[in-house]
Design a protein around this ligand. Structure first.
Ligand SMILES: [Zn+2]
Length: 342
Protein backbone atom coordinates (compact mmCIF):
# COMPACT_ATOMS: atom_id res chain seq x y z
CA UNK A 1 0.00 0.00 0.00
CA UNK A 2 1.34 3.47 -0.91
CA UNK A 3 0.57 6.68 0.94
CA UNK A 4 -1.07 9.37 -1.23
CA UNK A 5 2.15 11.39 -1.01
CA UNK A 6 5.65 10.50 0.23
CA UNK A 7 6.11 11.26 3.93
CA UNK A 8 9.02 13.63 4.63
CA UNK A 9 11.61 12.41 7.12
CA UNK A 10 10.39 13.08 10.67
CA UNK A 11 6.80 13.76 9.62
CA UNK A 12 3.91 11.70 10.95
CA UNK A 13 0.97 9.96 9.38
CA UNK A 14 -1.51 7.37 10.49
CA UNK A 15 -2.66 4.24 8.76
CA UNK A 16 -5.58 2.16 9.92
CA UNK A 17 -7.14 -1.08 8.81
CA UNK A 18 -9.39 -3.80 10.13
CA UNK A 19 -7.92 -7.23 10.66
CA UNK A 20 -9.30 -10.47 11.97
CA UNK A 21 -6.99 -13.25 13.09
CA UNK A 22 -7.89 -16.95 13.10
CA UNK A 23 -5.50 -18.70 15.49
CA UNK A 24 -4.23 -21.90 13.83
CA UNK A 25 -5.07 -25.20 15.50
CA UNK A 26 -1.51 -26.22 16.40
CA UNK A 27 0.59 -26.02 19.54
CA UNK A 28 2.96 -23.30 18.42
CA UNK A 29 4.08 -19.71 19.12
CA UNK A 30 1.13 -18.74 16.91
CA UNK A 31 -1.39 -21.41 17.74
CA UNK A 32 -3.69 -22.90 20.31
CA UNK A 33 -3.77 -25.74 22.77
CA UNK A 34 -7.14 -26.51 24.34
CA UNK A 35 -8.25 -23.47 26.30
CA UNK A 36 -4.92 -21.68 25.71
CA UNK A 37 -4.04 -19.31 22.85
CA UNK A 38 -0.56 -18.15 21.93
CA UNK A 39 -0.43 -15.04 19.75
CA UNK A 40 3.21 -14.57 18.89
CA UNK A 41 3.97 -13.23 15.39
CA UNK A 42 0.23 -12.73 14.95
CA UNK A 43 0.13 -8.96 14.43
CA UNK A 44 1.33 -7.48 11.14
CA UNK A 45 4.43 -5.30 11.50
CA UNK A 46 5.99 -2.67 9.28
CA UNK A 47 8.64 -4.12 7.01
CA UNK A 48 12.09 -2.57 6.81
CA UNK A 49 13.21 -0.86 3.63
CA UNK A 50 16.85 0.10 3.43
CA UNK A 51 19.61 0.44 0.85
CA UNK A 52 19.12 -3.22 -0.07
CA UNK A 53 15.41 -2.78 -0.72
CA UNK A 54 12.37 -3.97 1.18
CA UNK A 55 12.92 -6.90 3.51
CA UNK A 56 10.13 -9.43 3.17
CA UNK A 57 12.07 -12.61 3.66
CA UNK A 58 10.10 -15.85 3.86
CA UNK A 59 9.51 -17.91 6.98
CA UNK A 60 11.64 -20.96 6.16
CA UNK A 61 10.04 -23.15 8.84
CA UNK A 62 12.93 -23.01 11.32
CA UNK A 63 14.73 -20.20 13.11
CA UNK A 64 13.31 -16.70 12.78
CA UNK A 65 13.16 -14.69 9.58
CA UNK A 66 11.97 -11.54 11.29
CA UNK A 67 13.55 -8.13 10.83
CA UNK A 68 11.73 -5.21 12.44
CA UNK A 69 12.52 -1.84 13.95
CA UNK A 70 11.75 -0.85 17.53
CA UNK A 71 8.49 1.02 18.06
CA UNK A 72 5.87 1.86 20.64
CA UNK A 73 2.72 -0.19 21.12
CA UNK A 74 -0.50 0.43 22.99
CA UNK A 75 -2.72 -2.61 22.70
CA UNK A 76 -6.21 -2.81 24.22
CA UNK A 77 -7.66 -6.29 24.65
CA UNK A 78 -11.32 -6.66 25.63
CA UNK A 79 -11.75 -10.23 26.84
CA UNK A 80 -13.82 -12.49 29.10
CA UNK A 81 -12.82 -11.85 32.72
CA UNK A 82 -12.06 -15.53 33.27
CA UNK A 83 -9.15 -15.37 30.81
CA UNK A 84 -5.67 -14.45 31.98
CA UNK A 85 -3.86 -12.43 29.30
CA UNK A 86 -0.07 -12.07 29.52
CA UNK A 87 1.27 -9.56 26.99
CA UNK A 88 4.30 -7.57 25.91
CA UNK A 89 4.67 -4.33 27.86
CA UNK A 90 3.19 -3.10 31.09
CA UNK A 91 -0.42 -4.17 31.43
CA UNK A 92 -3.21 -2.54 33.43
CA UNK A 93 -6.71 -4.00 33.73
CA UNK A 94 -10.15 -2.49 34.30
CA UNK A 95 -13.67 -3.92 34.28
CA UNK A 96 -15.41 -3.79 30.91
CA UNK A 97 -18.96 -4.83 30.00
CA UNK A 98 -20.50 -7.36 32.44
CA UNK A 99 -18.24 -10.43 32.61
CA UNK A 100 -15.49 -8.75 30.62
CA UNK A 101 -12.15 -7.15 31.39
CA UNK A 102 -10.22 -4.58 29.36
CA UNK A 103 -6.45 -5.10 29.49
CA UNK A 104 -4.29 -2.29 28.17
CA UNK A 105 -0.64 -3.00 27.44
CA UNK A 106 1.84 -0.23 26.76
CA UNK A 107 5.33 -0.98 25.48
CA UNK A 108 8.09 1.35 24.29
CA UNK A 109 11.01 0.40 22.09
CA UNK A 110 9.82 -3.10 21.16
CA UNK A 111 10.15 -4.86 17.81
CA UNK A 112 7.01 -6.95 18.12
CA UNK A 113 4.01 -7.45 20.36
CA UNK A 114 2.91 -10.88 21.61
CA UNK A 115 0.19 -12.06 23.92
CA UNK A 116 -1.45 -15.24 25.15
CA UNK A 117 -4.83 -16.00 26.68
CA UNK A 118 -6.19 -18.81 28.78
CA UNK A 119 -6.91 -20.01 32.32
CA UNK A 120 -3.23 -19.62 33.30
CA UNK A 121 -2.04 -19.94 36.86
CA UNK A 122 0.02 -16.95 37.87
CA UNK A 123 2.66 -15.69 40.24
CA UNK A 124 4.58 -12.41 40.29
CA UNK A 125 7.99 -11.79 41.81
CA UNK A 126 10.34 -8.82 41.68
CA UNK A 127 14.03 -9.51 41.16
CA UNK A 128 16.64 -8.00 43.51
CA UNK A 129 17.51 -5.72 40.54
CA UNK A 130 13.92 -4.43 40.39
CA UNK A 131 12.49 -6.24 37.36
CA UNK A 132 8.92 -7.46 37.77
CA UNK A 133 8.57 -11.06 36.56
CA UNK A 134 5.08 -12.37 35.89
CA UNK A 135 4.90 -16.15 35.63
CA UNK A 136 1.97 -17.77 33.78
CA UNK A 137 1.64 -21.51 33.40
CA UNK A 138 -0.88 -23.99 32.09
CA UNK A 139 -2.68 -26.46 34.36
CA UNK A 140 -0.53 -29.42 33.26
CA UNK A 141 2.86 -27.69 33.57
CA UNK A 142 5.06 -29.09 36.35
CA UNK A 143 5.17 -26.78 39.41
CA UNK A 144 8.79 -27.85 39.84
CA UNK A 145 9.57 -26.69 36.29
CA UNK A 146 7.82 -23.39 36.98
CA UNK A 147 9.98 -22.91 40.09
CA UNK A 148 13.17 -23.69 38.12
CA UNK A 149 12.17 -21.24 35.36
CA UNK A 150 11.44 -18.51 37.90
CA UNK A 151 14.78 -18.99 39.64
CA UNK A 152 16.64 -18.95 36.28
CA UNK A 153 14.70 -15.90 35.14
CA UNK A 154 15.34 -13.93 38.34
CA UNK A 155 19.05 -14.71 38.18
CA UNK A 156 19.57 -14.14 34.47
CA UNK A 157 17.55 -10.97 33.95
CA UNK A 158 19.57 -9.29 36.69
CA UNK A 159 22.90 -10.81 35.56
CA UNK A 160 22.37 -9.77 31.92
CA UNK A 161 21.17 -6.34 33.05
CA UNK A 162 24.45 -5.84 34.91
CA UNK A 163 26.54 -7.26 32.08
CA UNK A 164 24.88 -5.76 28.99
CA UNK A 165 22.75 -2.83 30.21
CA UNK A 166 19.64 -2.60 32.34
CA UNK A 167 16.52 -4.44 31.14
CA UNK A 168 14.40 -1.59 29.76
CA UNK A 169 10.89 -3.01 29.64
CA UNK A 170 9.90 -2.86 33.33
CA UNK A 171 8.20 -6.22 33.45
CA UNK A 172 8.89 -9.56 31.82
CA UNK A 173 6.25 -12.24 31.32
CA UNK A 174 7.16 -15.94 31.37
CA UNK A 175 4.49 -18.01 29.62
CA UNK A 176 5.05 -21.69 30.34
CA UNK A 177 3.56 -24.87 28.93
CA UNK A 178 4.63 -28.50 29.01
CA UNK A 179 2.87 -29.07 25.65
CA UNK A 180 5.29 -27.08 23.48
CA UNK A 181 7.61 -30.06 22.89
CA UNK A 182 7.02 -30.03 19.13
CA UNK A 183 7.73 -26.32 19.02
CA UNK A 184 10.18 -25.36 21.77
CA UNK A 185 10.59 -21.87 23.18
CA UNK A 186 10.49 -18.39 21.71
CA UNK A 187 11.47 -14.87 22.63
CA UNK A 188 9.29 -11.82 22.16
CA UNK A 189 9.97 -8.40 23.62
CA UNK A 190 8.98 -8.51 27.28
CA UNK A 191 7.45 -11.98 26.93
CA UNK A 192 9.06 -15.38 26.56
CA UNK A 193 7.14 -18.50 25.63
CA UNK A 194 8.76 -21.49 27.30
CA UNK A 195 8.43 -25.22 26.76
CA UNK A 196 8.74 -26.13 30.42
CA UNK A 197 9.48 -29.61 31.74
CA UNK A 198 10.13 -30.57 35.39
CA UNK A 199 13.82 -29.72 34.80
CA UNK A 200 12.97 -26.22 33.57
CA UNK A 201 13.31 -24.75 30.10
CA UNK A 202 15.46 -22.61 27.82
CA UNK A 203 14.45 -19.57 29.92
CA UNK A 204 17.98 -18.18 30.21
CA UNK A 205 18.63 -18.40 26.44
CA UNK A 206 15.29 -16.76 25.64
CA UNK A 207 15.84 -14.04 28.23
CA UNK A 208 19.29 -13.35 26.69
CA UNK A 209 17.38 -12.60 23.46
CA UNK A 210 15.84 -9.59 25.21
CA UNK A 211 19.27 -8.03 24.60
CA UNK A 212 20.31 -9.77 21.37
CA UNK A 213 17.44 -9.31 18.97
CA UNK A 214 15.27 -7.16 21.29
CA UNK A 215 17.45 -4.29 22.51
CA UNK A 216 20.16 -4.75 19.86
CA UNK A 217 18.19 -5.58 16.75
CA UNK A 218 19.46 -7.42 13.70
CA UNK A 219 18.21 -8.78 10.43
CA UNK A 220 17.49 -12.27 11.76
CA UNK A 221 17.16 -13.69 8.24
CA UNK A 222 20.47 -12.44 6.90
CA UNK A 223 22.48 -12.72 10.14
CA UNK A 224 20.96 -15.31 12.46
CA UNK A 225 24.26 -15.59 14.34
CA UNK A 226 23.89 -12.02 15.69
CA UNK A 227 20.97 -13.11 17.86
CA UNK A 228 21.30 -16.90 18.28
CA UNK A 229 25.07 -17.19 18.85
CA UNK A 230 25.03 -14.25 21.25
CA UNK A 231 22.05 -15.62 23.21
CA UNK A 232 23.72 -19.02 23.41
CA UNK A 233 27.02 -17.47 24.51
CA UNK A 234 25.20 -15.49 27.22
CA UNK A 235 23.34 -18.63 28.31
CA UNK A 236 26.57 -20.65 28.64
CA UNK A 237 28.27 -17.79 30.44
CA UNK A 238 25.36 -17.56 32.91
CA UNK A 239 25.56 -21.26 33.73
CA UNK A 240 29.39 -21.12 33.79
CA UNK A 241 29.57 -23.99 31.33
CA UNK A 242 33.11 -25.12 30.56
CA UNK A 243 33.97 -23.85 27.07
CA UNK A 244 37.79 -23.95 26.96
CA UNK A 245 37.68 -26.91 24.58
CA UNK A 246 34.62 -25.88 22.61
CA UNK A 247 36.37 -25.55 19.26
CA UNK A 248 37.86 -29.04 19.43
CA UNK A 249 34.51 -30.44 20.61
CA UNK A 250 32.81 -28.92 17.55
CA UNK A 251 35.07 -31.00 15.26
CA UNK A 252 35.25 -30.21 11.54
CA UNK A 253 33.05 -27.64 9.85
CA UNK A 254 30.06 -29.49 8.38
CA UNK A 255 30.89 -28.32 4.83
CA UNK A 256 33.30 -26.17 2.85
CA UNK A 257 30.62 -23.52 2.48
CA UNK A 258 29.50 -23.41 6.13
CA UNK A 259 30.15 -20.08 7.81
CA UNK A 260 28.82 -18.19 10.81
CA UNK A 261 27.64 -15.32 8.66
CA UNK A 262 25.38 -17.36 6.37
CA UNK A 263 21.72 -16.35 6.02
CA UNK A 264 18.67 -18.47 6.76
CA UNK A 265 18.29 -18.64 2.97
CA UNK A 266 21.54 -20.62 2.80
CA UNK A 267 20.36 -23.08 5.47
CA UNK A 268 16.95 -23.46 3.83
CA UNK A 269 18.66 -24.21 0.52
CA UNK A 270 20.01 -27.68 1.28
CA UNK A 271 22.03 -26.89 4.42
CA UNK A 272 19.34 -27.27 7.09
CA UNK A 273 21.46 -29.85 8.94
CA UNK A 274 24.24 -27.28 9.47
CA UNK A 275 22.07 -24.66 11.17
CA UNK A 276 22.07 -25.71 14.82
CA UNK A 277 25.68 -26.85 14.90
CA UNK A 278 26.99 -23.69 13.25
CA UNK A 279 24.74 -20.94 14.61
CA UNK A 280 24.34 -22.21 18.19
CA UNK A 281 27.45 -24.36 18.67
CA UNK A 282 30.21 -22.73 16.67
CA UNK A 283 28.81 -19.23 17.04
CA UNK A 284 28.76 -19.35 20.82
CA UNK A 285 32.20 -20.98 20.79
CA UNK A 286 33.58 -18.19 18.57
CA UNK A 287 32.46 -15.64 21.18
CA UNK A 288 34.06 -17.66 24.02
CA UNK A 289 37.25 -17.82 21.93
CA UNK A 290 37.08 -14.08 21.33
CA UNK A 291 36.78 -13.61 25.09
CA UNK A 292 39.95 -15.66 25.52
CA UNK A 293 41.75 -13.50 22.92
CA UNK A 294 40.60 -10.16 24.38
CA UNK A 295 40.45 -11.11 28.07
CA UNK A 296 37.33 -11.20 30.22
CA UNK A 297 37.29 -7.51 31.16
CA UNK A 298 37.82 -6.30 27.60
CA UNK A 299 35.15 -8.70 26.27
CA UNK A 300 32.69 -7.41 28.87
CA UNK A 301 33.48 -3.83 27.83
CA UNK A 302 33.11 -4.68 24.12
CA UNK A 303 29.68 -6.25 24.67
CA UNK A 304 28.50 -3.44 26.91
CA UNK A 305 29.64 -0.82 24.40
CA UNK A 306 28.12 -2.76 21.48
CA UNK A 307 24.76 -2.95 23.27
CA UNK A 308 24.90 0.74 24.24
CA UNK A 309 25.85 1.88 20.74
CA UNK A 310 22.97 -0.04 19.12
CA UNK A 311 20.39 0.32 21.95
CA UNK A 312 16.95 -0.18 20.33
CA UNK A 313 18.67 0.10 16.94
CA UNK A 314 20.01 -2.44 14.48
CA UNK A 315 23.51 -3.90 14.43
CA UNK A 316 25.41 -5.75 11.72
CA UNK A 317 28.30 -8.20 11.74
CA UNK A 318 30.57 -5.34 10.61
CA UNK A 319 29.49 -3.29 13.65
CA UNK A 320 30.39 -6.11 16.01
CA UNK A 321 33.73 -6.76 14.32
CA UNK A 322 34.61 -3.09 14.55
CA UNK A 323 33.72 -2.99 18.26
CA UNK A 324 35.88 -6.04 18.99
CA UNK A 325 38.81 -4.81 16.90
CA UNK A 326 38.78 -1.46 18.73
CA UNK A 327 39.44 -3.33 22.00
CA UNK A 328 42.77 -4.87 20.97
CA UNK A 329 46.01 -3.95 19.23
CA UNK A 330 46.10 -7.48 17.79
CA UNK A 331 44.81 -7.87 14.20
CA UNK A 332 41.60 -9.91 14.51
CA UNK A 333 41.56 -10.65 10.75
CA UNK A 334 42.89 -14.21 11.16
CA UNK A 335 40.46 -14.79 14.05
CA UNK A 336 37.44 -13.85 11.91
CA UNK A 337 38.74 -16.00 9.05
CA UNK A 338 39.26 -19.02 11.27
CA UNK A 339 35.75 -18.69 12.71
CA UNK A 340 34.30 -17.95 9.26
CA UNK A 341 32.86 -14.63 10.29
CA UNK A 342 32.81 -12.82 6.96
ZN1 LIG B 1 17.40 -18.45 20.38
Amino acid sequence: MDLPAPLPYGARASVSFALSIAVPDRVHRFGRDGAYRFLGNALPLLSVRDGRGRHLDPDVGFGESFYTLAGDFRVVLDHPSGLVVPATGTTTRRPGAPGRTVSTSVAHGVRDFAWAAGPFRTRTVTTPGGVRLNAYWTATTSPRGVAVDLKDAVGSVDAFGKRFGRYPYGELDLVMSDHLDDFGSMEFPGLVLLWTEPEGSAAVHEIAHQWFYGIVGNDQFSSPWLDESFAQYANQTYYREPTADCRREQGEWPSATAALTRSLGYYADGHRHEYVQVVYGRGACALHDLERVLGGRAMAAVLRGYVRDHWLGVATTADFKRAAQAATAKDLGPFWAEHRIG
